[in-house]
Design a binder for this molecule. Sequence first.
Ligand SMILES: Nc1ncnc2c1ncn2[C@@H]1O[C@H](COP(=O)(O)OP(=O)(O)OP(=O)(O)O)[C@@H](O)[C@H]1O
Ligand SMILES: [Mg+2]
Length: 229
Amino acid sequence: MRTDQHAMIQATSLSKRYRSGHVEKVALCQVSLAIPRAEFWIVSGPSGSGKTTLLALLAGMIAPTEGEVVLDGKSITHLRDHHRALARRNLVGMVFQEFALVAGMTLAENIFLPLVPQGGPGETERQRVRALLERFGMAAYARTQVERLSAGERQRGAIIRALVADAPILMLDEPTAALDTENVRIMVDLLLSLRAEGRTIVATTHDRRLTEDPRLNGVLRLVDGRLER
Ligand SMILES: Nc1ncnc2c1ncn2[C@@H]1O[C@H](COP(=O)(O)OP(=O)(O)OP(=O)(O)O)[C@@H](O)[C@H]1O
Ligand SMILES: [Mg+2]
């Protein structure tokens, strides 16, 4: 990882319009932000305000209608699809809403799934995952089918999967949606320990248990696709 002080995640005048037929929906309008390295930020706002859209843009999963995203000093906006996908894989680990773990597979199989396109895990990745499973209290569940895990265990499993490529940025979409207060506490403590290692974390939520945590570096609030000042 580089150690200079530029923003790890930078967005300039990001807008996203979705078009279906003749109807155009402005999901995000002129959003600019800069999140420094090793900070933990929340994107909050009501349902439909554009949180998932913003996260998908910052992660390079979708392209903006206007504006630019710069991750770790590199623009990902003007890369072609293939290069954007590569940059994303190296820079961003993503935890999707509803976790998106594949039922019928074990937790370990799910965790290694992102590595399948490159031929599966090597010894480095296996060791990293073993260490993460231990650290997250999940070592006993590696060979368990994911549908047998509790919501908190599935969420911790999904975070391990997002860390399998050791990307410096971790993004989570509504990570506490299915969690009770005890599991929210466990998850936030884990995320804070990842921040202490130098990872930059962004999570969307409308959960007060998260937005009111004094240990966060900042909370951005979206209303109708615009950042509230
Ligand atoms: N693929 C799409 N095509 C058309 N409209 C979309 C698409 N994705 C999102 N939208 C619209 O863009 C707006 C923002 O959606 P988004 O999912 O980003 O909101 P959100 O803040 O994440 O909401 P929630 O809290 O319910 O997850 C919504 O009005 C939504 O209907
Ligand atoms: Mg959403």
